[in-house]
Design a binder for this molecule. Structure first.
Ligand SMILES: O=C(O)CCC(=O)C(=O)O
Ligand SMILES: [Fe+2]
Length: 214
């Protein structure tokens, strides 16, 4: 396991957390088991198909909206539930929500964002499992709008050295596990850029802890 740290950023990376044969078998299972959909989002009144297939799985009551989509929640599939339980043993967290992304080839991608929705438990990590083709995972420093307001009002401070941080890449390979620990989502954004020559698919699973709404 390799730790990646920078001001406001803490990642733990397990290269080949799953052996290649186990990762390949899991990819096959998930491809068949998961009800993949291509969702559309509306920006300035225009509908855009997302450049990837997605599915949300969660415990009942643990759904949340993402990029303005109120997501339909699917029950845990057998393979996803096994991974959730293995991640609980590794991290001590009972992940109650999962976003699955299927990048059909290098044209599919994900833009810059942070997973900082108010529904997410801020003290929990996000656990990201990669299967299939390798892709670059990019990170760049960016205080969230909420943090920018908090910094402006004096309620919180930028992490020391934050303003000198530079964007960087972490290549994620078949079977890699990446834990994004707090407060990473507050200060950093991430993206999965397009790779137009790539023809193989990649699956990514991000396990999350959604707060019980009271
Ligand atoms: O595909 C990836 O590695 C990143 C996915 C991601 O950032 C997300 O699901 O929020
Ligand atoms: Fe994300």
């Amino acid at each position: 396991m390799a730790e990646v740290q920078a001001p406001g950023l803490h990642l733990r990376h397990w290269p080949a957390w799953l052996a290649p044969s186990a990762a390949a078998e899991l990819l096959e299972r998930l491809q068949l088991e998961v009800p993949w959909k291509q969702e559309a989002i509306t920006i300035y009144g225009r509908r855009h198909l997302l450049p990837r297939l997605t599915c949300w799985m969660a415990d009942p009551g643990c759904g949340y909206s993402y990029s303005g989509l109120a997501n339909a929640i699917e029950p845990w599939s057998p393979a996803a539930a096994e991974l959730r339980d293995a991640l609980q043993v590794l991290t001590g967290w009972r992940f109650n929500s999962l976003l699955l992304n299927r990048y059909r080839d290098g044209r599919d991608a994900m833009g810059w964002h942070a997973d900082d929705e108010p529904e997410l438990e801020p003290t929990a990590p996000i656990a990201s499992l990669s299967l299939g083709a390798p892709r670059d995972f990019r990170l760049r420093p960016q205080p969230s709008p909420r943090n920018r307001a908090a910094v402006a009002s004096g309620a919180c401070q930028l992490p020391a050295g934050f303003d000198h941080c530079t964007p960087f890449n972490i290549p994620l390979h078949n079977g890699d596990l990446l834990l994004m620990e707090p407060p990473t989502q507050l200060w950093w954004q991430h993206a999965l850029p397009r790779r137009l020559r790539l023809q193989q698919q990649r699956l990514n699973l991000t396990f999350r802890v959604v707060r019980a709404l009271t």
